[in-house]
Design a binder for this molecule. Structure first.
Ligand code: DGY
Length: 324
């Protein structure tokens, strides 16, 4: 067989991937692996990946300018994530390092988790599970665990990108009315009847459920503060599948505690894997550990997208998932 154009590349794999993807990586690269799958702080990445031309990371590895500066041989970073807020892209660009990510292939899986959170937040999934699991269920009752029905409610999507639109497709099936805010309005073909708000505050004022689906970035850090959350109607629900740092935890916890918000569903947290202890004390929050893209087929597809991107780069092409 013709040798792969990537066969001599020295690569370091920061996190364990699915068996199919790890086998494919071993076939193609001179690969060293962080066998125990620990989350590596930057200093450890520098030490272990020294001499590697290709580095496989995920959103748990932070690659700031000072870390990249200590990896002089590095030519390509492949991140098993659609988000890239953990990588200093301008610094990578300046150092001539190309960065690949994994858009599109995870949109359906993330949308499924978004709906899981939405349904659990509106229909009190955590309390329901607790009642059965703890043995405290007294039996069916007409007024037990009443939640918020979805038909005719307004779902405000902040960040109507590929994942936002995959959420909208599913949410329409539940009878939700879709509206959104992006910096720029979508082309009519992509809007699919969703109502556009040119201001975030306008969207908040008119949404029964807020779905946070915009990509994480320094500019959005803390954007959902007490003032913004107060713009949501009383009894609204908040779902976050983006990045935890878009939300000010203290403000969200206060709004959930004082009854302004009915509930929340959170898959992402600031400073993961730490979770603000306030959330654990609240029964009206449904929590999941950043599992948006966590299906077998999606994680394989993410891995293949990176491999094909690296092979395209080796052939001198510019793959669609090349960030810089
Ligand atoms: C992503 O793909 O960005 C997910 O949040 C996992 O990191």
């Amino acid at each position: 067989p013709t040798p792969s154009p990537t066969s001599r590349l020295r690569a370091y794999l920061c996190r364990r991937l699915t068996p199919a993807i790890e086998a494919a990586l071993h076939e193609r690269f001179e690969l060293a692996v962080n066998e125990d799958d620990s989350i590596l702080p930057p200093a450890d990445i520098v030490q272990r990946a020294r001499g590697a031309e290709l580095l496989f990371v995920t959103a748990t590895e932070s690659l700031r300018a000072e870390t990249l500066a200590q990896l002089p041989g590095l030519r390509t970073i492949a991140t098993l994530s659609v988000g890239f807020d953990h990588i200093d892209l301008p610094a990578a660009r300046a150092a001539g390092i190309r960065v690949l990510n994994t858009p599109d292939v995870l949109s359906d899986a993330c949308a499924e988790i978004a709906l899981m959170l939405l349904l659990n937040a509106c229909r009190r999934g955590h309390e329901a599970d607790q009642m059965v699991r703890s043995g405290a269920w007294p039996g069916w009752a007409p007024t037990q665990l009443l939640g918020m029905g979805l038909v005719g409610r307004r779902l405000g999507i902040f960040g109507m990108g590929r994942i936002g639109r995959a959420i909208a497709v599913r949410a329409r099936g539940f009878g939700l009315r879709i509206q959104y805010h992006n910096r720029q309005r979508l082309e009519p073909g992509l809007e699919d009847g969703a109502l556009y708000f040119d201001s975030l505050d306008g969207l908040l004022q008119h949404s029964d459920i807020l779905m946070i689906a915009a990509p994480g970035s320094p500019a959005l850090r803390g954007v959902f503060d007490a003032e913004r959350l107060a713009r949501l109607p009383r009894g609204a629900v908040v779902v976050n599948i983006s990045r935890g740092d878009l939300v000010q935890d203290e403000a969200l916890i206060a709004a959930l505690r004082n009854g302004h918000l009915l509930g929340a569903g959170l898959d992402v947290f600031a400073n993961e894997p730490q979770v603000h202890p306030g959330y654990r004390t609240l029964n009206n929050v449904f929590l999941s550990p950043h599992i948006g893209s966590a299906t077998h087929e999606t994680r394989d597809a993410m891995g293949w997208l990176l491999i094909h991107g690296i092979e395209a780069l080796a052939r001198g092409q510019s793959p669609d998932n090349l960030l810089t």
